[in-house]
Design a binder for this molecule. Structure first.
Ligand SMILES: O=C(O)c1cc(=O)[nH]c(=O)n1[C@@H]1O[C@H](COP(=O)(O)O)[C@@H](O)[C@H]1O
Length: 273
């Protein structure tokens, strides 16, 4: 998917919501566990209830790998379901990969070619040659961790290196990498106060912003400094939407939670016009 197609969808749906598909079988409703493939059944119901409200879906790969071969199969069925029935949505494999060049190429093939995701999350720690193999794929997007939502972000990311915070160096340096147009960045919603600085370095890039809902990040705070001319934000909520109810009505309640966020986004978009 091209960035323009993503931006068009944002305006069409009046939403920049990303629904996180982090399926934990200890949290899904009991009746779903009785189906043959509970992870896929759960995802299918969540997607059916939210696809008109969300522009992106982000399965976190850990939640599938944890169930071995069966989990991987459920992931494959989920992405096929999205690509077949809702080809307009932007799909994110949240895998946080990155390794020496030839290994990164294989990770990129796995997520972009075999599973046909639009994007994958990567960690910048191993540097340029670990990320450029992902950037080589046309109309695919590589979403690099910049300033994460967790407490551990302060262990390394905000430390001063040569007079600049490390996360700012990550942003600035990566702008010169080959095919840098295919880069997006992760900034946690819990770090909204950093967004003005971040936008001064990467004014035009898309940001994946997890951390609203369960982690306490605030949508309005993120938009205040994070939004740009092409909106440039994908705001993710996982647990706040998919586990809002563990009853028979879980999909309906997930739809309501998604709608609450979408309505706030529509208001923000209307004010931008
Ligand atoms: O890359 C991510 O998506 C990510 C980065 C980050 O800084 N913080 C963060 O929470 N995430 C992911 O975003 C999702 C957040 O889930 P909830 O807190 O349940 O909305 C999880 O899949 C996390 O792994």
């Amino acid at each position: 998917m091209t960035t323009k197609q993503l931006v068009d969808q944002i305006w069409k749906k009046k939403s920049f919501l990303c629904v996180g598909l982090d399926v934990d079988l200890n949290k899904v409703p009991k009746h779903i566990l009785e189906t043959e493939d509970p992870i896929f059944e759960f995802n299918k119901k969540i997607i059916d209830a939210t696809h008109h409200l969300a522009v992106a879906y982000k399965p976190n790969i850990a939640f599938y790998e944890a169930y071995g071969l069966k989990g991987w199969k459920s992931l494959e069925k989920t992405i096929q379901y999205l690509n077949t029935n809702h080809p307009e949505v932007f799909t994110i494999a949240d895998a946080k990969r990155g390794d020496i060049g030839n290994t990164s190429s294989m990770y990129a093939k796995a997520f972009f070619e075999d599973l046909e995701f639009d994007s994958v999350t990567v960690a910048p720690y191993m540097g340029k040659d670990s990320i450029e193999p992902f950037l080589a794929f046309e109309d695919k997007h590589t979403i690099m961790l910049a300033l994460t939502s967790n407490q551990g972000a302060f262990d390394f990311q905000t430390k001063m290196v040569d007079g600049t915070e490390l996360y700012k160096q990550v942003l600035d340096t990566s702008k010169d990498w080959k095919n840098a147009d295919n880069l997006m960045y992760v900034v946690g919603a819990t770090k909204a106060e950093y967004l003005a600085d971040i936008r001064s370095i990467i004014p035009d890039s898309f940001l994946l912003v997890p951390g609203v809902g369960a982690q306490g990040g605030n949508l309005q705070d993120v938009c205040k400094y994070g939004i740009n001319d092409q909106i440039g934000l994908l705001i993710n909520s996982s647990r706040g939407i998919i586990y809002a109810s563990d009853g028979l009505d879980f999909d309906m309640v997930a739809g309501e939670k998604a709608k609450e966020l979408q309505l706030q986004m529509a208001e923000i978009l209307d004010a931008k016009k």
